[in-house]
Design a protein around this ligand. Sequence first.
Ligand code: PSU
Ligand code: MN
Length: 309
Amino acid sequence: MSLPIDILPKIKTALKNGDPVVALESTIISHGMPHPQNIETACTVEDAVSAEGAIPATIAVIDGRLKVGLDEADLNRLATAGPGEVTKLTRANLAHCMAGGGTGSTTVAATMIGAHLAGIDVFATGGIGGVHRGAETSFDVSADLYELARTPVAVICAGAKAILDIPKTLEVLETQGVPVIAYGQTAFPAFWSRNSGLTAPMSASDPKDIARAIAMQRELKMPAGCLIANPIPEEDEIAPSVINPIIEQALADATRQKITHGAVTPFVLQRVLELTNGASLKANIALVLNNARLAAKIATALGKPHEMH
Ligand code: PSU
Ligand code: MN
């Protein structure tokens, strides 16, 4: 049996030539944003990667095939799917979905697996999953954190959402040997806000320095990825004093409605959107675009090792 994987020709060519490619996830399309903002954002993010001179590669499973690079029909299908029509895929359910000919969107964990199989080193997203608040009793820790420890793909995100337990999330990343580098500041960012109140383990202000660290890790033959935490642009940020009470309320609603497992993150995101009258979505779109641009710069620097020294 051969692996059912389809890599778009322009992505294949770019990878063969050593040109920069940036992987993009698809759970943000199916479960992270409402329609039509989800499809609009998916397209603008691809355009932003292209504008920086890199090739975008959005990843998903369509009818049992792992697609690296989606066409418009695929993107629309994920963006307009009703509840339950598209499976949220992580490491645990990826093979089962593909073997059954199913369709699913890839989370950070599953996108890293697809990117690595295709030979893509850099991946842009909004926010990663992390250690959920109350994990000491629920044990809800996102598989994204363990994927970062075992799959060598650099993930550019806007930090961890304050719906998570950020200190515990950083602890797990450190234990698992995942480098966490804040971009352009020393504070670890908190998705909608630029500062989580915690200092990031490392920081860098030049994409070339980040590329050097990624390349060195590869030389050391370390299997881990790398997490780049890029703060949301100042003009788009929502102050912690505004967002934090809303997060508290969204989490309380999730508990009251007994939302568990993979449904927690999509539920809380939707609830925060409602409670901020859409302001959280606007910020989310801005930070994803910002991450896509930085990812393209890192991929470009990484692709030219002779110019890195
Ligand atoms: N954070 C967002 N939007 C998203 C996600 C996270 O702001 O769409 C998605 C990502 O795909 C991430 C996943 O990998 O949620 C994490 O889900 P969980 O917490 O169930 O592991
Ligand atoms: Mn979870």
